[in-house]
Design a binder for this molecule. Structure first.
Ligand SMILES: [Fe+2]
Ligand SMILES: [Fe+2]
Length: 361
C-alpha cells in the first residue's frame, strides 16, 4: 500500500473509532444532541457516523459509564439534591476528562516502509477575495504536495481572514467569512489525501471566541479532515524510527526581532520535540537549537497574503510566502529541514528513488 493510501486508511480507522464511541453512547441512551456535546462533533456528523455504524453493537463498560453520566439529568427534583451526585460523577469522570484534554491533540501516524518522508508546514494563507493574496503560489504549493510521492502537509491556521474581532477590518473587507471559508474548503481539496492534520489560528478561533462556533471544526468534520485547535503533537513512526513534532499557530515568548526565541520557551513549556513549528508572525524562518544535547529544528512558514491594510497601518514590510519542509528518515534516525518547497519536493523524490534502487540491488 502506498503511503498516501495508507494515510487514507488511517483516516478511515479514526472514523471507525468515532463510530464505536458514538455507538456506545447511543447504547447508553444518549440523544444525538447530547452525543454531539460530549464528542465535540456536529449533530449532522454524529447522525452520519451513527448511520454508517448502525449494524454494530456497543461495548458494555462504556454503556455503564455513560448511564452514570446520564443519571443526574434524569433524576430531576431540586437542584441542590443533584449536587452531591453531580460532584461524584465529576470525580468519577475526571481522569478520563483530563486525559482527553491532554491527549486530544496528539496525532500518531505510522508510515509504511523505511524510505524518507517529507512534511510541509503551511499556514497563514489568509484567503480573502479582494486582498493581495498570492493565489497562484497558494495553488501551486498545494498541488506540489499532492503530486509528490511521500510528501504530506500540516496546516497551521489562519487559513482565512475571518475578521470578526475587528469590526473596522470586517467592514473594510471585500469578502465575507462565508465566501472565504467556501474558498478555503476548495483549497483543502487541492492537497488530495496528503493533509495529515489541520490546526486553527487566531483568525479561525475568533468565531469560537465571539459566538461559540468553531467554523473550521465544522468544515473539517464535514469533509473528514483531522482537526485540532491551537496545536498538535505529531508522533511519526517510519520504519523503526520514531519522531516527535510540535506544531502550533502561535506561542508565548514571541519576539519580532528574534523569530527563534519563542521556540526556547515552547520547548521548556511543552517539549521535548525534535521539530518545533510556529506560524502567525508571517515571516519565514528556519533555525536550530540544542536541547539536552540534541539538535532541535525551529520552523515557521511565511504568509500568502503579501500585504494587508493592517500591515500598511502598522508600517510592516510586504510579506513572503514560505513553506518549510522537514524530512524524516526510516532507516536511520535523521531529520533535515528545508526552507524551499519546490526544491524539497525534488530532493525527496530523488531520495525515495535512491531508496527503491538500493532495495532492488
Ligand atoms: Fe496570520
Ligand atoms: Fe495568526
Amino acid at each position: 500500500m502506498s503511503d498516501s493510501r495508507w494515510a487514507a486508511a488511517q483516516r478511515k480507522e479514526i472514523w471507525a473509532v468515532n463510530g464505536k464511541i458514538l455507538r456506545d453512547m447511543a447504547g447508553a441512551g444518549l440523544s444525538v444532541r447530547r452525543m454531539a456535546q460530549v464528542s465535540g462533533l456536529s449533530r449532522d456528523m454524529v447522525g452520519r457516523i451513527m448511520r454508517e455504524n448502525a449494524d454494530k453493537k456497543p461495548a458494555k463498560e462504556l454503556i455503564s459509564l455513560m448511564r452514570a453520566a446520564r443519571e443526574p439529568a434524569l433524576a430531576g427534583g431540586a437542584e441542590r439534591d443533584n449536587k452531591p451526585e453531580a460532584w461524584q460523577l465529576l470525580e468519577e469522570m475526571q481522569d478520563e476528562t483530563i486525559r482527553r484534554e491532554i491527549d486530544h491533540c496528539t496525532v500518531k501516524l505510522s508510515f509504511l516502509g523505511d524510505r524518507p518522508i517529507g512534511v510541509a508546514f503551511v499556514g497563514d494563507q489568509h484567503i480573502a477575495p479582494g486582498s493581495p493574496v498570492d493565489w497562484k503560489r497558494l495553488k501551486r504549493d498545494a498541488e506540489t504536495i499532492c503530486e509528490t510521492d511521500g510528501l504530506y502537509a500540516v496546516l497551521l491556521g489562519d487559513g482565512v481572514d475571518n475578521h470578526l474581532k475587528h469590526t473596522s477590518a470586517l467592514l473594510a473587507a471585500r469578502s465575507d467569512p462565508t465566501e472565504q471559508y467556501e474558498l478555503f474548503a476548495h483549497y483543502l481539496t487541492l492537497f488530495g489525501d496528503k493533509l495529515l492534520v489541520v490546526l486553527s489560528g487566531n483568525h479561525d478561533y475568533w468565531s469560537h471566541d465571539l459566538a461559540g462556533v468553531d467554523v473550521l471544526k465544522l468544515l473539517c468534520d464535514r469533509d473528514q479532515y483531522l482537526y485540532t485547535p491551537h496545536h498538535a503533537f505529531l508522533e511519526f513512526k517510519i520504519g523503526k524510527q520514531e519522531y516527535r513534532v510540535l506544531a502550533r499557530h502561535q506561542a508565548r515568548g514571541e519576539s519580532s526581532r528574534n523569530l527563534g526565541n519563542a521556540f526556547h520557551r515552547l520547548w521548556e513549556d511543552l517539549g521535548p520535540f525534535e521539530v518545533g513549528v510556529l506560524a502567525h508572525r508571517h515571516i519565514p524562518h528556519i533555525s536550530d537549537m540544542v536541547k539536552q544535547g540534541s539538535k532541535v529544528w525551529c520552523l515557521r512558514p511565511g504568509t500568502y497574503q503579501i500585504y494587508s491594510d493592517y500591515g500598511r497601518k502598522m508600517g510592516y514590510a510586504p510579506s513572503l510566502p514560505g513553506c518549510p519542509v522537514a524530512f524524516f528518515w526510516g532507516d536511520q534516525h535523521r531529520v533535515y529541514c528545508h526552507s524551499e518547497l519546490d526544491l524539497a519536493a525534488r530532493q525527496l523524490e530523488d531520495l525515495r528513488l535512491a531508496g527503491d534502487l538500493q532495495a532492488a540491488v
